[in-house]
Structure formats: C-alpha cells, structure tokens
Design a protein around this ligand. Structure first.
Ligand code: ATP
Ligand code: MG
Length: 423
C-alpha cells in the first residue's frame, strides 16, 4: 500500500475549506491593493532559481532538480519570485503603461528539507511582487497589505520584524566587516558557515546552527555600515509604517534566507505559545538586482510570500478558523427503489441551481431521513410510488416543517415561493 512521500500531505475536504477561506481573504486583499494573480509552471530551467555563487540553503541544498536528457537541468519551483520575474521578462510585462506592476500567485513550492511541524517538502505560498518602482512608500504599502491580510484572517499574536540590508555600497562595506569579524571565530563556525565566510558572510547571521553562539551577539551591525542614502530610505519606510500605525520591531539579525534581497527585509512572526520553532508566517523584501540578473531591464522589486500551511497552524492555534456545517438545498428521499423519475426530479433541481443530494440506493427510510439532518437540507423531497405514478412530489419545508404535494412542473415555482418566506 502506498503512502504519501515524506514531507508531503493530502489536504482532505474539510481542511481544504480552511485553505480556501485563507485564499479568499487573500484575494480580497489583492483586489483592495490592485494586485493580479498569475501562474507560472511548476518546473523551470534550474538556472531560473540558481544564480552563480548563490549561497542560500534553498538553492544549494533544498532544490529538487532533474534532467530528462543530458542537456538541460530543471527544478521544481522552490519559491515564487524567480519564476514570476522570468515570466515578466519573457512576456515583457514591464512595457505596461501601469507601472509599478503588481502581481501575485498562490502556488505549491518544493524544497528538500527535514520535515517537521510547519516545514514540509511540498507547501503552498501566497505571494505578491511589486515591480518597477523603488520608493519607500511601496515598501510600506506592501508590508501594510501583508499586515492587513493577517488581521483579516484574525490572527492577533503576531509581530512584524523589519531590517534593512542596505544598497550595494552598504553591503560591500558590511561584508568586509563581517568577514573580518567571523574570521576570528572560524574554528567555531559550522562547516556551512566556514564556506559562507568566503562566499557570503551575511548568510552566517541567518544560520540555524550558529545563530545562538556567543560570538554572534557582538557581530558587526548592518546599521553601522549603511550609506547615507540607504539609511534615509529605511528611515522613510519606518516613518510611513508609523503613519499607518503598523507596529514593527527592528531586528538587525534579520537577513532573510535568499541571496537576492537588498534594502528593506521583513518577516511576520507568530508570538503565540504554540508557534514552536517555525514561527515565521511570512517573509519578504526588496530586490534591486534580480530582474537584471535574470536577463531583464533594471527594475527594482519588492514582495513577500506567506506560507499557507504555517498560517493555517497559527489560525488553528488562535482558533480563528470558521466551522463548517454540511448544507444542501434539497435532499431527495426515494422510496421507489431507484426509478428514473427520482433521477429526473433531482436533475431538474440541479439544472435550476438547487443543490441536491439523492442517494438513490436501496437504503431504508430511516437512514435516508438521518441524511436529511446530516446535510442540514432546507427541503426534503419525497418520492414514492404514488408520486411517481401521478408525476408529483411531496415537498417538506424543513424550516417551517410544512409539507406539500406538488406537481413536477410546479416544483420550482413552489420552491421560489418558499424561499421568499425564508428570507
Ligand atoms: P525558514 O527560515 O523557516 O526556512 P525561509 O526563509 O526558507 O523560511 P521563505 O523562502 O522566505 O522562507 O518563504 C516564505 C514563507 O514560506 C516562510 O515564512 C514560511 O511560512 C513558508 N515556508 C518556507 N519553507 C517552508 C516549508 N518547507 N514548509 C512550509 N512552509 C514553508
Ligand atoms: Mg528555509
């Protein structure tokens, strides 16, 4: 007997309703802020995600790559941004009159990670990207969208963390300082970080193994290496967030897991007692060079991605998910032991947009009536031999408890009349 592959999960009908609710709220926010959903393929050329000298775990360790001939290597999409930008370039969406471009996605991602609560090998991200303009106003608006979405879902125990990684000039200065500093502790670094020390020392700040080691506390701080422009930019972002009364915490250890971020980076984390190790609900940041790196024009972008499964865990922990009750307009009780007449009644209802359950098997009356309750049917439509003979149905209004004998061709009319009394 087959089971799901490690780190992957089925989403059963009731849980899917929760996912759909979260998606619906997200779609509402997209509309409010003028974002349009799009889709990109599940797999791309690996190069879309893997840049030269990339040091992020996601690219170096977690990508599912495969090849079907000796020439090309493909990757299952580990994140949404790179593929979306590839598409923007390929389809020249940046030539639009309406810049900045505001795009969004809800898609499955694949990463070969160690599965644990809130960490899967296939998971779903809802994300946005705003491309083509660099302004602290946009940064604030993007963070506001994410913050308001979380509020709309109903989560209360959350915290917005922000930081800046500065512009290229700030990054160069900071990288030199970090290299100097961490070189003194090289023997205490994990093997990955020893490698990062040469390639991208910034990554060390984000290391889940070295994070809590003593020397980390004294590591140079980005804020001391920012150029005047980068500093001013970040101050403006914070000023706008203040104006919008979005509470945030500055966290100068926040460097984010992907290599392409510049300037503003942010995370929304859960502060709920049950949040556990995977408390980051979503994360994002600005990227100045990614579009050009992927062969496009020089466009700055900013975006974030919400991990839906993690969001769902938090929504469960805070008990903000809606309860679902079964519901159907009409339940058909068929006592004719499966006649085409009962089938015809059901089809007539459905084609006129009354949902209808008709389990016309040879079930006892008692068990069929139980189903009426289980489905919370508004109406029970009873069809016995008499009804079949006379082309009628017995219609029971389960709200008023009244019962009527109605001709087949008057049923819709009667339902319409009863619906009005229910309003
Ligand atoms: P982490 O540090 O937790 O590994 P990350 O930096 O890799 O996160 P991003 O690539 O920024 O995360 O993804 C954005 C969001 O997607 C995360 O905040 C999280 O909610 C979700 N996410 C990332 N990886 C996974 C995963 N393996 N399983 C479930 N959700 C995930
Ligand atoms: Mg990760």
């Amino acid at each position: 007997m087959y089971q799901t592959v490690k780190g992957t999960y089925d989403i059963l009908p009731d849980e899917l309703k929760n996912f759909e609710d979260l998606e619906d709220s997200f779609r509402i926010c997209l509309e409010l802020y003028g974002y349009k959903l799009m889709k990109t393929p599940v797999f791309e050329y690996a190069g879309v995600f893997k840049k030269e000298n990339d040091t992020s775990d996601m690219v170096t360790k977690e990508m599912y790559t495969f090849s079907t001939n000796d020439k090309d290597t493909y990757a299952l999409r580990p994140e949404g941004t790179a593929g979306l930008i590839r598409s923007v370039i390929q389809n020249k969406l940046y030539a639009s009159a309406d810049m900045p471009l505001k795009l969004a996605y809800i898609e499955e991602m694949f990463r070969h990670e160690r599965p644990q609560k809130g960490r899967q090998r296939q998971f779903t991200q809802m994300g946005i990207e705003c491309l083509g303009d660099k302004s602290p106003l946009i940064d604030a608006e993007v963070i506001a969208l994410g913050y308001n979405y979380i509020k709309l879902v109903g989560l209360k125990d959350i915290k917005v963390l922000i930081n800046t990684l500065g512009d290229s000039a700030s990054r160069i200065n900071y990288t030199i300082a970090l290299k100097d500093y961490f070189s003194k502790y090289e023997d205490q670094l994990c093997p990955d970080c020893r490698n990062r020390l040469q390639k991208n020392p910034l990554r060390i700040l984000d290391c889940k193994i070295d994070r809590d080691k003593e020397f980390m506390a004294e590591a140079p701080k980005m804020r001391d290496y920012l150029t005047a422009e980068a500093k001013e930019y970040f101050e403006k972002v914070k000023g706008y967030l203040d104006a919008l009364e979005i509470p945030y915490t500055e966290d100068d250890r926040l460097v984010r897991g992907l290599d392409y971020y510049t300037d503003t980076v942010f995370e929304v984390v859960s502060t709920h007692a049950d949040a556990g190790a995977q408390a980051t609900v979503f994360a994002g940041g600005r990227y100045d060079n990614l579009v050009e790196e992927l062969g496009g024009p020089s466009l700055s972008g900013i975006g974030f991605a919400i991990g839906m499964e993690r969001l769902l865990l938090m929504a469960e922990a805070e008990d903000v998910l809606s309860e679902y009750e079964e519901y159907v307009d009409c339940y058909i009780i068929d006592m004719t032991k499966g006649s085409s007449y009962a089938l015809k009644v059901a089809e007539n209802l459905r084609t006129n947009f009354y949902s209808c359950i008709a389990n016309m098997y040879e079930r006892s009356m008692k068990s069929q009536f139980k189903s009426v309750d289980r489905y919370n049917a508004n109406y029970t439509v009873i069809i016995g031999d008499d009804e079949k003979e006379n082309n009628t149905v017995t219609l029971k209004d389960n709200i008023s408890k009244e019962q009527y004998s109605i001709a087949f061709d008057k049923l819709l009319e009667k339902l319409e009349e009863l619906e009005k009394t229910h309003e």
